[in-house]
Design a protein around this ligand. Sequence first.
Ligand SMILES: Cc1cc2nc3c(=O)[nH]c(=O)nc-3n(C[C@H](O)[C@H](O)[C@H](O)COP(=O)(O)OP(=O)(O)OC[C@H]3O[C@@H](n4cnc5c(N)ncnc54)[C@H](O)[C@@H]3O)c2cc1C
Length: 395
Amino acid sequence: MRLGIVGAGQSACTLLAELVQGEFDGQILVFNGEPHRPYRRPPLSKSWLKMSADTDTLRLLPEPVENHISIQWIKEWVKSIQPDNGEIHTEQASYQVDQIILATGTRPRQLTIEGLPSETTHVIRTLDDAEKLRQHVDHAENITVIGAGFLAFEIAASLNHPDRTIRIVAKGNRLLPQVSLKTAHRLVDSSPALTQVDTKIESYDANSKSLTTNRGPVPADLVIVAAGAIPNTEVAMRCGLGTTDGIVTDVFMQTPHPKVSAIGEVSLHHQPHLGKSKRVESISEANDSAATCAKRLLGHPVPFGAIPWFWSDQGQLKLQIAGLCARSDDETCLIFSDTECVVIRHCGDRVTAIEAINVAKEFMAARRLFECGVVSLSALVEAGSVFDLLQSSRS
Ligand SMILES: Cc1cc2nc3c(=O)[nH]c(=O)nc-3n(C[C@H](O)[C@H](O)[C@H](O)COP(=O)(O)OP(=O)(O)OC[C@H]3O[C@@H](n4cnc5c(N)ncnc54)[C@H](O)[C@@H]3O)c2cc1C
């Protein structure tokens, strides 16, 4: 069998590693649209931005997998696919394969701000983006990050310096809406950034080097846009498969076309833990969806059943989340100290997610508990800690 993988990011590389390990009997063409060998993205907003990492530490694939005889790297951007004929088209050539796996990820949402010069505006998705930002950041005294999510706060923590003022401005009325209010408060309080919500950006004034907003001018020698991501579904949409929300797959990562699969954060599929379909942007989703796809391609299909998890480094605070919850889910806090806490997200007595700050032991226990089945709030509160509940459920 001949596979064509479009994209060479986290999910594509996990798929490669699983196929090599599973002794896949065939040839694999990998289309890498970026000029670099595969690299990890999470450090780009963390150690890489703090200048405490070099390119080698970003490397995604071990040498034996990257140079495996079954893999052919094609440094070209895929323009279109023709699933019925098993064809993949780039600017330069066409390739024939039996199965196409779309692992195209997302790209940053861009904002058009009148008067804002392109050299003053940055995003962080690729290594080139992060490199460009690192080159410009030294000269900036006022950095404004537009966004309200983890990425905005990670960037602020990484760029923190006594000679700089970092501001985070958000359009909505809530910072870090992905997490509970209690967790968000802790992260915002510990952030070095000045924060401002309900802020609508109108334009950029190059003379005063500031953003003009409905809440007055915001100084900004440098603007970083961290306002969410858009799934790269164009290749799929051109052949009637994707939507602007993602590429719909079943729980085996198969699209409605028998020759096309989609993995990673571009895939929109049923999340058993949540009980509905959702596109999830995280390393765990990239790895678990790729592993599911690999099992199917190796002839041992197992439906996607992973418990999603996520982490974010925010200066001295390490946030880890097990599970996936709706934004409206309730929250109950188990406090251990000023710097350590666990917030239980729940819908009635059913626990949907567990947020742990600086307590890796609780986070690991939460993942194990979810894997064992339903977790109830009453049992957790009675036990007083996730770890203790896990221990008592084992004895
Ligand atoms: C700065 C940053 C920090 C992050 N931090 C965290 C974190 O702390 N924790 C966490 O869980 N997640 C984090 N993430 C998210 C995580 O990196 C992604 O969820 C993961 O990389 C998704 O993997 P993927 O394979 O779906 O997409 P990607 O890794 O983005 O790979 C997609 C690849 O496909 C290529 N491509 C797209 N279209 C084409 C085409 N037509 N032809 C050829 N190639 C194409 C792209 O160039 C890209 O290389 C972070 C992401 C970023 C950007």
